[in-house]
Design a protein around this ligand. Structure first.
Ligand SMILES: C[S@@+](CC[C@H](N)C(=O)[O-])C[C@H]1O[C@@H](n2cnc3c(N)ncnc32)[C@H](O)[C@@H]1O
Length: 260
């Protein structure tokens, strides 16, 4: 039985429209990423959480759109935004704080986690440059995200841009904030880097369940859900079934059974 009220069902979409975030207008679905977010977020909406979004954007006269949406959608959570662009500063309010810094800067992320983390949800809607996206994940997944937390990467279609129709694209001119990035750092997207990143996570999940497990890194995640342009990963917990299971299931253990 589905007891979700109509108001609940449409809430996130209404807020996305209200706050003018492109999360509802991109082509990931008729309603952008909203149906995918809704599926993962509705059951945890009222929890007290720390939520970090990398990539704020505030230069379109609407303030920090997605952060305002998250703040209203998660009434008991603290919302943090990280952006390289100093123009995104100055929008702090109760339960909403913006930090200016680079998503691939270890010191910046270490300080952010020490002061405000660990986070229950991390959303990367920042540079969309593969190397920086991957670096943030590596810097945040262990200390920055709580066990069982969600790590979400948006706009994965950008990860192909160097291979396909824009071989010489200058992302510094095309994508927001990247003109602020040090000029000596190459910002080139080749899908193989993102594909390898995703595949390594899948391989470590698969192989930790086999007798070859010692040859592979311990998995950081227990699930990876791929949607058009978007990936939602769940961080392992210490009692994750697939890490700890040793015996065959028995009826006496059914009381512990939880569908995933
Ligand atoms: C797509 S916009 C964010 C949109 C916003 N999350 C929303 O849904 O309304 C991307 C933002 O990422 C920021 N950005 C780009 N490179 C970055 C980096 N290396 N570190 C942090 N933020 C970065 C840009 O300045 C820009 O404001």
């Amino acid at each position: 039985m589905n007891d979700t009220t109509t108001e609940e069902k449409y809430l996130l979409l209404k807020l996305a429209i209200k706050y003018h975030t492109d999360k509802c207008t991109n082509k990931a679905s008729k309603y952008g990423y909203i149906p995918y977010y809704e599926k993962h977020f509705r059951p945890i909406r009222h929890e007290e959480m720390n939520i970090l979004e990398i990539g704020v954007r505030s230069n379109r006269g609407h303030g920090p759109s997605s952060l305002l949406m998250w703040k209203e959608y998660f009434p008991n959570s603290q919302i943090y935004g990280l952006d390289i662009n100093p123009n995104c500063a100055g929008y702090d309010e109760e339960r909403l704080k913006i930090i200016i810094g680079d998503q691939a800067d270890k010191r910046c992320l270490d300080d952010l986690v020490a002061e405000h983390g660990p986070f229950d949800i991390i959303i990367d809607d920042g540079s969309h440059v593969n190397s920086l996206t991957i670096k943030s994940y590596e810097l945040l997944i262990h200390q920055g995200l709580k066990p069982g937390g969600l790590y979400i990467i948006e706009d994965l279609s950008t990860s192909y841009i160097g291979d396909l129709d824009h071989p010489s694209i200058d992302v510094r001119k095309r994508w927001e904030g990247l003109d602020l990035y040090p000029k000596d750092v190459p910002l080139v997207n080749n899908r193989v880097d993102m594909a390898n990143f995703l595949m390594h996570r899948v391989t470590n999940m698969d192989m930790c369940c086999t007798r070859y497990r010692s040859q592979f890194a311990a998995p950081e995640i227990t699930s990876m859900t791929l949607y058009p342009m978007m990936c939602v990963m769940t961080k392992v917990t210490s009692d994750c079934d697939f890490l700890t299971s040793t015996s065959s299931p028995s009826v006496s253990a059914f009381s512990e059974y939880e569908p995933v």
